[in-house]
Design a protein. Structure first.
Length: 347
């Protein structure tokens, strides 16, 4: 296991799955996506997560280990050329036995952190959830994950997070409940535990990306006031237009601690509007993954928007919405960057 350090301002895209029209892994374009993210300035990549499609774990599909291995190999090649480290994040899901098994696969392939989803333990108590997390933490350092219930997550209380952050192997948390109250529960738990210097916080709230990155969270602890910030984001929204996302994070870093310019708040609103169209918020996020694929298809990074499940397609009217936000917010796109490098990434 490499000891890659989490640094402030990290852009971590949630890696999609490149498929052929026959719904088989397109290795050439899968590698191209990884190269795109790294050349765009991402300092980490998350693989085997929701955006990669959970069905890769289906024995009939058999893509879990191959997809993680391909990303790890491509990252290693990039690191050797650039002499720069990349944070490898592997999605870990399922009941305890499955989660531990996936953590072992990720560890053996050189991943640094396991992004632990608790959606499969919908009826577990806080004590059972913490025991599950401790079991997985024996294999790989953990990034906690508060996933919004509408896409497979579950409600998680402050009491759970307060106990979770006491696990020594917890090094980060992705906060993505799409809920401001729930977001505060996680941040406050880290502050109350005194682990704000040890646990990095990443926004996964696609509906408030810029606001999360700009915010300083302050909580009293005894006679002191503890301040916490997001170290960056781990987002499906950053699986496309990644170069522009890096520029946004850089802009946020330049204004931290000063008066926030109105233009940056407007950029945050534009980002949320664009995300709503691509992620299909109007239809309960049904077309989320195909929406990401559609942007990447238009840029030439993917051949189509195929998913492993043939029924997983764009919702009615979603193409029109995507057309609208693409035209409305050219500043969010990185089409020119992609076109200048696409042939090299595909080689």
């Amino acid at each position: 296991m490499r000891a890659t350090r989490v640094v402030r301002g990290m852009v971590i895209p949630a890696h999609p799955l490149a498929l052929t029209a026959a719904r088989k892994l397109d290795e050439r374009r899968q590698r191209a996506l990884t190269r795109y993210y790294l050349d765009a300035g991402a300092r980490g990549v998350a693989v085997g997560v929701h955006t990669t499609q959970f069905a890769i774990r289906n024995p009939k599909v058999g893509l879990h280990r191959p997809v993680l291995a391909l990303a790890a190999e491509t990252i290693a090649e990039w690191e050797r050329r650039r002499q720069s480290a990349v944070l490898r994040v592997a999605g870990v899901v399922g009941p305890t036995r499955q989660a531990v098994r996936e953590a072992r696969v990720a560890r053996d392939l050189g991943y640094d952190v396991g992004l632990l989803s608790l959606g499969a333990l919908a009826r577990a108590t806080d004590a059972q959830l913490v025991a599950h997390c401790r079991a997985v933490a024996e294999t790989i350092p953990l990034m906690g994950f508060y996933l919004q219930p509408s896409v497979g997550g579950r409600a998680l209380s402050y009491r759970f997070w307060r106990r979770f952050v006491e696990i020594e192997e917890v090094v980060a948390i992705k906060i993505a409940p799409f809920n401001r109250y729930a977001t505060l529960d996680v941040v406050r738990a880290v502050a109350d535990a005194g682990r704000e210097r040890e646990i990095a916080l990443f926004t996964g709230n696609d509906d408030s990306i810029v606001a999360d990155l700009l915010t300083t969270y302050r909580f009293p602890r005894g006679r002191e006031v503890v301040s916490l910030r997001m170290a960056g984001g781990l987002l499906g929204h950053w699986a496309y237009w990644t170069r522009a996302a890096v520029r946004t994070v850089d802009r946020v870093a330049r204004v931290r601690g000063r008066t926030v310019p109105a233009a940056l708040l407007s950029l945050g609103a534009a980002t949320t509007d664009a995300n709503g169209a691509v992620f299909d918020a109007a239809n309960g996020f049904h077309g989320c993954i195909p929406g990401i694929h559609e942007i990447l298809r238009r840029q030439g990074l993917l051949r189509g928007r195929w998913c492993l499940d043939p029924k997983e397609e764009l919702s009615p009217g979603q193409v029109k919405e995507i057309d609208r936000v693409v035209a409305a917010y050219p500043e969010l796109s990185d089409d020119a960057f992609v076109q200048a490098n696409l042939d090299r990434w595909l080689s």
